[in-house]
Write a protein that binds this ligand. Structure first.
Ligand code: FES
Ligand SMILES: [Fe+2]
Length: 372
């Protein structure tokens, strides 16, 4: 399907004349298939933090638009990522997260693999002509990392992650994100298109309404970026990673630059991930597109490593977890209403506000990168 040409043109007009994207952008399975081909299978996507797999044999399985994959730390301590299926007849090998104890054993006919992906055992295969163990190891994916954040890519020869991130590392240099440690995560299922989640996460137009009982009204400024990411900063001299009313329990990170002291940064690292970077912590919204109308949203929270040793860490960190979950659920709630209404046969794209600049930018990045 092709989106309506006039509606697409209106969506890319200068902001004071621009309209929302056509409904099909969010509701059409063919658009989703195109995004899968051009975005999800070509670009880097965030998986987790390195320290979430501290020991040899630790693994985490992920369902992605390219199928099930598994991240695993080998006996040699190296992190690798593989398609999560057995080379015999394709059973899923690992689920959830855990430690495979050095061998991955297929639950179907018990072929087994080393934690570095090489085939180890394959019972009753002695008659199979031309069977080669070396050729029947797990199928690898490209993997790269920055400051402990691990990304994968289905492309065989992707451009380096650092090129994708552009000037993001400079922007967050003073936050010392390499010292962040993930201490918490939740997963929310949303009956909405993946782009609605990220558009919503890049505007403060809605916060005084949808989040009136939690974070409340906010003001933001848009920052210039280079690379495949966009950024706003919500202006507040205090971290907004906890609810207003009481001061944030943890102190600001030492050595923050003057810009970083002014507020919390909200980004989209295209195509599917948000890093939110505050003065005292960072959290992510990692969106997995499930279908044109379903998304899985993982919210993960991190603190500077020297906070984790405090005797009151768990008690103080709870205020952050509460805020991240409450606001996340409020957002998913409104997005499900929006998705439902976008399916109306009478739907016509509405006009955008100046506060929707990043909503427009996100849509245009998708249009440009999918050739819509
Ligand atoms: S499918 Fe894995 S051993 Fe048969
Ligand atoms: Fe929100």
């Amino acid at each position: 399907m092709k989106l309506d040409h006039d509606e697409l043109a209106a969506a890319s007009a200068p902001l004071n004349r621009a309209r929302s994207m056509p409904a099909g952008f969010y509701t059409d399975p063919e658009i989703f298939a195109r995004e899968r081909e051009h975005l999800f299978l070509k670009h880097w996507f965030f998986l987790c933090r390195e320290e979430q797999l501290p020991n040899p044999g630790d693994y985490r399985a992920f369902d992605t638009p390219g199928g099930p994959i598994v991240l695993i730390r080998g006996k040699d301590e190296v992190l690798r990522c593989f398609a999560n299926y057995c080379r015999h007849r394709g059973s899923i090998l690992l689920e959830g997260e855990g430690n495979c104890g050095g061998r991955i054993i297929c639950p179907y006919h018990a072929w087994s693999y080393f934690s570095d992906g090489r085939l180890y055992g394959c019972p009753d295969m002695q008659d199979a002509e031309g069977f080669d163990r070396v050729e029947n190891g797990l199928v690898p994916l490209s993997l790269d990392r920055w400051n402990g954040f691990v990304f994968a890519n289905f492309s065989r020869s992707p451009k380096p992650l650092l090129e994708h991130l552009g000037d993001l590392p400079q922007r967050f240099a003073s936050h010392r994100l390499d010292r962040m440690r993930c201490t918490w995560k939740i997963t929310l299922d949303g009956a909405c298109n993946w782009k609605l989640v990220l558009e919503n996460a890049m505007e403060t137009y809605h916060t005084g309404i949808v989040h009136k009982n939690t974070v409340g009204a906010q003001q933001s400024r848009t920052l210039e970026t280079r690379g495949d990411w966009i950024c706003i900063q919500v202006i507040s001299g205090r971290s907004i990673a906890t609810l207003p009313g009481a001061p944030p329990p943890f102190p600001p990170i030492e050595g923050l630059d003057d810009d970083a002291k002014m507020g919390t940064y909200f980004t989209v690292i295209f195509p599917t991930c948000q890093f939110a970077v505050a003065q005292d912590s960072m959290w992510w919204l990692n969106v997995t597109p499930v279908s044109h109308e379903r998304s899985r949203v993982e919210i993960g929270g991190c603190f500077p490593e020297d906070m984790l040793g405090r005797s009151d860490f768990a008690e103080k960190a709870a205020a952050y977890y509460e805020r991240w979950e409450l606001v996340g659920r409020e957002d998913v709630g409104i997005l499900e209403k929006q998705q439902k209404a976008l399916a109306s046969v009478l739907y016509k794209p509405g006009p955008l506000s100046w506060r929707d600049d990043m909503v427009q930018a996100l849509g245009l990045w998708v249009v440009n990168n999918t050739g819509l």
